[in-house]
Design a protein around this ligand. Structure first.
Ligand code: MLT
Length: 327
């Protein structure tokens, strides 16, 4: 009899969780950049996969761009913590902690960490009209045209901004270029293809198709070594190989809920995320774009938070050395 009662209580608890969430309200993935860009793409692919793994989950993607991702992040930090407003963000969660003197949220205190999604290398690219075809020629061209060129990015704290800062600092070209911010690398890419800006450092998930089609020129990848498994970028040198000692940048995406979201809801979301990360269709799409889907302990909230904590500590001195801050 006692056993039956215990079992009944467990079943009731299970249904209590399932009843309240997800419910009929949509689950919004807030993407803090423009639609059509790399973070938006991850969010849409993940939403599709999680639709299968969280029964009843009706996922929508909401683009809240501006200020390098911090406007969207602030919106989620202040949202009702019921599991219906989530943030899909990248390395900006760690880099903005070093880049901004004032933020409307505390990266390690105002969010529930749900798990990481992927790691994404970046590519240094230029407008198709640039005369350079190799990284070496490109660097020479930058030096010969000091003060005349501009570099696009997706706002202070964006991955493209961080990568551009690190690269300019490594080649000593900080004063050689004007930085042009956009609401995401989707509009920045349009400007690059059109020749309105000269260069950008963007995620492989956004650059591969454009390089392949000849709409932009690729010069180098930002990982320590070449991307040997990538169908196209395996032929491009790494910045380290080109003499930028120690240059190694891979960005990553993670999923967050506002602080105070109930534990059973967090568990449901994390379970659904982990299943989605094994979805063959999701894996195929991500890997085809050069992203590496997370398989390690960073899939768990604790592993995710420990990783971001370490990234904040690692990036702070790098950003300080590159020397640009926002208020
Ligand atoms: C985007 O989705 O537009 C990018 O993630 C922007 C960036 O951080 O460079």
């Amino acid at each position: 009899m006692k056993r039956i009662l215990v079992l009944a209580a467990a079943v009731t608890a299970l249904f209590a969780n399932a009843q309240g969430f997800p419910g009929t309200k949509p689950i919004s993935f807030v993407v803090p950049f423009a639609a059509g860009g790399p973070t938006d793409r991850v969010a849409r692919d993940l939403a599709e996969a999680m639709r299968k793994t969280l029964p009843g989950g009706n996922f929508v993607v909401e683009n809240v761009n501006g200020a390098g991702g911090t406007i969207g992040a602030t919106k989620v930090a202040k949202a009702t913590p019921d599991g219906h407003t989530l943030l899909l963000w990248h390395i900006g969660m760690a880099s903005t902690a070093g880049l901004y003197r004032k933020l409307q949220y505390k990266p390690l205190e105002d969010f529930e960490y749900l798990g990481m999604v992927n790691d994404v290398p970046m590519t240094l690219i230029g407008k198709p009209q640039l005369p350079a075809n190799t990284y070496r020629d490109f660097e020479n061209y930058i030096r010969a045209n000091s003060g005349k060129l501009n570099i696009a990015h997706a706002g202070l704290g964006s991955a493209s901004h961080l990568c551009g800062l690190m690269w300019q600092s490594a080649v000593n070209a900080k004063e050689a270029m004007t930085t042009i911010p956009f609401g995401g690398t989707a509009p920045a890419m349009t400007a690059l293809i059109g020749g309105q800006v000269d260069l950008m450092c963007d995620q492989t998930t956004n650059t591969t198709a454009q390089i392949e089609a000849g709409r932009v020129k690729g010069f180098a990848v930002t990982t320590a070594g070449r991307l040997n498994n990538h169908k196209l970028l395996k032929d491009y040198p790494s910045l380290q190989e080109m003499g930028l000692k120690g240059f190694n940048l891979t960005i990553w995406h993670g999923l967050y809920a506002p602080k105070g979201t109930p534990a059973p809801v967090l568990k449901q979301l994390n379970d659904a995320l982990k299943l989605a990360l094994k979805d063959p269709e999701f894996l195929k799409k991500q890997e085809g774009l050069g992203a590496i889907v997370v398989t390690d302990k960073r899939m768990e909230p604790e592993g995710h938070k420990a990783f971001v904590t370490a990234e904040i500590a690692k990036l702070k001195p790098v950003i300080e050395a590159a020397g640009k801050f926002a208020d």
